[in-house]
Design a protein around this ligand. Structure first.
Ligand code: AMP
Ligand code: ZN
Length: 459
């Protein structure tokens, strides 16, 4: 069956054809590990996972690289501000490598909890400085870069066109340009490939141009080329990558080899919170841990993400997360109902469901449509093992672990009430134990006492 994927480069949904008919090569822009990933960031990786699973469902093998940005990402995606890692190191009074290790580990734990399948290659920017340096040297040799007092800049005027992804008109940008901090920069769209480190800069390396650190964009070009070759199939990221980071990756690659590195460029839309942007000042930047503290699991959040197509904005509210939590537990109940059933069902019906589901995911990963088919299967009045098996097949895409018993993640407050109640029961303080049971009920938990223990479930 045809697989269609939207390509930001052509602005069209196109029939997907990989360079090698069996193996698909993908590069995904990974996290900047200077702080906890928020649930918006995690939406971008759920999208990445969705793509991986759909490709595998279509019998492709994958070679997929994702970078970890542990140097070079300045506060603004253009060349402004301090390095995010250096700033975090100062904030936490730690070595930037320690910061990177801590938040990378935390990020990988979040991916695991979300049941995101991990790319075959995870590559860190700081471990590829030499590859980046060589990449910059080739760009210079090919005449696409120039050196100033502080920086090696990419010269965007040397390209036939800069701004292929976002269709930028350079002349319009010039008219609206703000004053540049480096007046040695020749064109408004030129960007830093390599930066000469000031004396007090923490992360720097001995390179051809003295003590330097890399620009953010060069890491993806150098590592993409190293692991996937000069041209690969798909490049993914969030929509904020389109106008600067990915334009610059394309520019670098054109300067290096004359080629656009990937054939498909795919971008995930943003997660909004209560209809607006997540921001520290609004105190609405949530992490997966914040969701868990309120009694939601990572898989509830995964389920929530299927309510919108990846190219649409998704609005997070606690009410909609609650609705997804309930929906997920209904899916699991529905699976169980079929798994315990003995009725037979016509194979043609199974094939029809399978076809519809496959068509939906192959239509540019249309998960809301695919989920509609899943609900049709759940609601089928025949209780049949064949339907349960079909749901497990769909779960290769959903990744919701439909056949696993629900384990509830209790918030810290509830955990400590449970411990307090266990102690009260041990001390035969029945009045206190009853009061705590009522409190747990009020909070939405059912308590069942056994001889030596107690079982707590969601109401
Ligand atoms: P960063 O760690 O800042 O480099 O971002 C990691 C990923 O999260 C990138 O792919 C961004 O495009 C993506 N991202 C950032 N904010 C959001 C958001 N609100 N919704 C969806 N993706 C986001
Ligand atoms: Zn990147």
């Amino acid at each position: 069956m045809e697989l269609k994927l939207y390509n930001t480069l052509t602005r069209e949904k196109e029939v997907f054809k990989p360079i090698d008919s069996k193996k698909v090569k993908i590069y995904s822009c990974g996290p900047t590990v200077y702080y906890y990933a928020h649930i918006g960031n995690l939406r971008a990786y759920l999208f990445m996972d969705n793509l991986r699973r759909v490709l595998k469902y279509n019998n492709y093998e994958l070679l997929h690289a994702m970078n970890i940005t542990d140097v070079g990402h300045l506060e603004s995606d253009a060349d402004d501000g301090e390095d995010k890692m250096a700033k975090a190191a100062r904030r936490e009074n730690k070595d930037p490598y320690e910061i990177a290790r801590f938040y990378t580990e935390k990020f990988m734990i979040d991916l695991k909890k979300l049941n995101i399948s991990i790319p075959e290659i995870i590559c860190k920017a700081t471990e590829h400085i030499k590859d980046m340096e060589e990449y910059v040297q080739t760009i210079i040799k090919n005449g696409y870069a120039y050196e100033t007092k502080n920086t090696i800049y990419f010269d965007t005027s040397k390209l036939d066109k800069y701004g292929l992804l976002s269709n930028i008109n350079i002349n319009e940008q010039k008219a609206g340009a703000r004053v540049e901090f480096d007046n040695e920069k020749k064109n408004i769209t030129d960007f830093a490939l390599w930066i000469k480190a000031p004396e007090n800069h923490i992360m720097k390396w001995d390179t051809f141009w003295g003590k330097c650190y890399p620009g953010w964009h060069i890491e993806c070009s150098a590592m993409g080329r190293k692991y996937l070759g000069e041209q690969f199939d798909i490049h993914t990221g969030g929509i904020d990558h389109i106008p600067i980071h990915h334009e610059n990756e394309i520019a670098q690659s054109k300067g290096y080899s004359g080629k656009i590195p990937a054939n498909w460029w795919m971008h995930c839309e943003f997660l909004l919170i209560d209809g607006g942007k997540m921001s520290k000042s609004l105190n609405n930047v949530y992490t997966l841990d914040d969701l868990e503290k309120r009694g939601y699991t990572a898989l509830d959040y995964r389920m929530f993400n299927f309510t919108s197509h990846y190219r649409n904005k998704l609005n997070f509210t606690w009410d909609s997360l609650e609705a997804s939590k309930i929906a997920l537990s209904r899916l699991k109940e529905g699976y169980k109902k079929h798994a315990n059933g003995n009725e037979d069902i016509d194979n043609k019906i199974i094939e029809d469901y399978e076809l519809k589901f496959h068509e939906a995911i192959n239509d540019d990963l249309n998960m809301p449509l695919a989920l509609g088919v899943v609900w049709d299967v759940i609601r089928n009045p025949k209780k049949s093992k064949k339907l349960a098996d079909l749901l497990l097949k769909f779960d290769e895409i959903l990744g919701l672990r439909l056949d696993e018993e629900e384990k509830i993640e209790l918030p810290d407050e509830i955990k400590s009430i449970i411990e307090e109640r266990k102690l009260a029961r041990l001390n035969k303080d029945w009045k206190k134990s009853d009061k705590l049971r009522d409190y747990l009920n009020e909070k939405g938990y059912l308590v069942k006492d056994t001889k030596d223990d107690m079982k707590v479930t969601l109401k």
